[in-house]
Design a protein around this ligand. Structure first.
Ligand SMILES: [Zn+2]
Length: 416
């Protein structure tokens, strides 16, 4: 057996075993703390809500376990099981040689994995979300979303793929630099198009009607020196009762978007605090930092792919005998997460650091106390667990655990 096959199997085993182990820890920890609301939240969260959050977390975690196992099996079938090779042969027979053959190969692998994962997504929405009363989606809307996602994915993805494969074939050994420039431009284009072109395909956005709230928000924006292209309300309630608020876009196309579910649950003080937190992400340059990190990582990734592409062991070790730009790109996309998995805690750590900084910004420019009120309501409404397993949280969570976040905000209340 080739050495790289052994390395791949070992890495896949480590990543899968770690995921399963963390999921089991999460299940055990949440269950063990199911019968008592943590002291810091006891005043505001009832025992039955806490238990609902525990059961909801466990249901989602059990589905994650199925997902992890399915992902590992699929990856093995595609690589060492000969799946990619069989598809490569099929497309070569149908389309001959050329860039389209590569596009067809990559698209078919993505569509097949999407179809195989569809039952899990249906189960999440119509069984788990429905059981906990979060689902507002009909089967019709689910299918309409799916078709739209496929069409948009094809419209944006196929030209991108064509361009990248063409650059890989024509630009010589430094193709990765050109591919990186193409990939960066594509991402910037999506960032610009998302708020005004893509998001409205899925949701309705209406200007914020509540004048008292709008005035308050304008005052906050002015105080923080922030310009936006308007305040919008999104009909998030069509799909879920989970509430949220976000900024989207870049530069002058920036919009502030509130889920209707958030506006209906929080009062003006709380909304202002939530918005100040989101502003903190901009003012502390988290958004730019994240984009810069993504660009740096994709440059490193493409350089690595440039180095791997001429190496026969890379293909043979992963069960593929057709050496082409498309098989190289596809193997790289499928297999690299197995090797980068162990870096996940680092990106989670960075993200949690940013959350603390944004909370501090909210405390300075709005109110830490109101942000705590808002968070407690959101934890309660969204049935977010207050007692995650510490290691699971350390590994995956982009936001600090509820207790840490509230404790941090309480400390800020006494200092500011
Ligand atoms: Zn945040």
């Amino acid at each position: 057996m080739p050495v790289f096959t052994l390395i791949f199997i070992a890495a896949l085993f480590v990543a899968t075993a770690t995921r399963l182990w963390l999921a089991r820890r999460q299940l055990r920890h949440v269950r063990a703390h199911r019968d008592a609301v943590p002291r810091d939240f006891a005043e505001h969260i009832a025992l039955d809500s806490h238990q609902k959050a525990a059961d909801y977390t466990c249901a989602k975690t059990r589905l994650d376990i199925v997902h992890v196992i399915l992902d590992a099996i699929l990856l093995l079938i595609f690589t060492l099981g000969g799946g990619i090779q069989a598809l490569a042969d099929l497309w070569q027979g149908l389309l001959g040689v050329g860039v389209w053959r590569g596009v067809a190969l990559i698209a078919s692998v993505l569509v097949i994995s999407g179809l195989l994962e569809l039952p899990l997504s249906l189960y999440r929405t119509f069984v788990i979300y429905a059981r906990f009363n979060f689902n507002k989606m009909t089967l019709g809307l689910f299918l309409a979303d799916l078709v739209k996602q496929l069409l948009i994915g094809a419209m944006l993805g196929i030209p991108l793929l064509l361009g990248v494969l063409w650059l890989m074939e024509r630009m010589g050994p430094n193709w990765w630099l050109y591919a990186w420039l193409a990939w960066m431009s594509f991402n910037l284009l999506i960032l610009l198009l998302y708020p005004t072109v893509i998001a409205p395909i899925f949701n309705k956005f209406t200007p914020l009607q509540d004048q008292a709230l709008a005035t308050r928000i304008e005052t906050l924006l002015q105080k923080c020196g922030f310009k936006s292209q308007g305040l919008f309300v999104m009909d998030g309630s069509r799909r879920t009762s989970h509430g949220n608020a976000y900024f989207s876009g870049l530069g002058a196309s920036k919009r502030i978007v509130f889920f209707d579910t958030l506006l209906s649950r929080l009062n003006h003080d709380e909304i202002e605090a939530v918005l100040a937190h989101e502003l903190g992400h901009f003012k502390r340059h988290h958004v730019l930092k994240r984009i810069a990190a993504m660009f740096a990582l994709s440059l490193a990734g493409l350089w690595l792919l440039g180095w791997l592409m001429p190496q026969p062991w890379f293909y043979e070790g992963l069960g593929v005998s057709t050496r082409s730009t498309a098989t190289a790109l596809l193997l790289f996309l499928l297999v690299s997460p197995v090797f980068t998995f162990l870096f996940h805690p680092l990106s989670s750590l960075l993200s949690r650091k940013h959350e603390f900084e944004a909370d501090r910004y909210a405390a300075e420019n709005a109110s830490a106390e109101q942000l705590i009120h808002a968070l407690v309501k959101l934890y309660n409404d969204n049935a977010a667990t207050l007692t995650p397993d510490p290691l699971h949280s350390l590994f995956y969570d982009s936001h600090p655990a509820a207790s840490q976040r509230v404790a941090h905000l309480r400390a800020l209340m006494t200092h500011i």
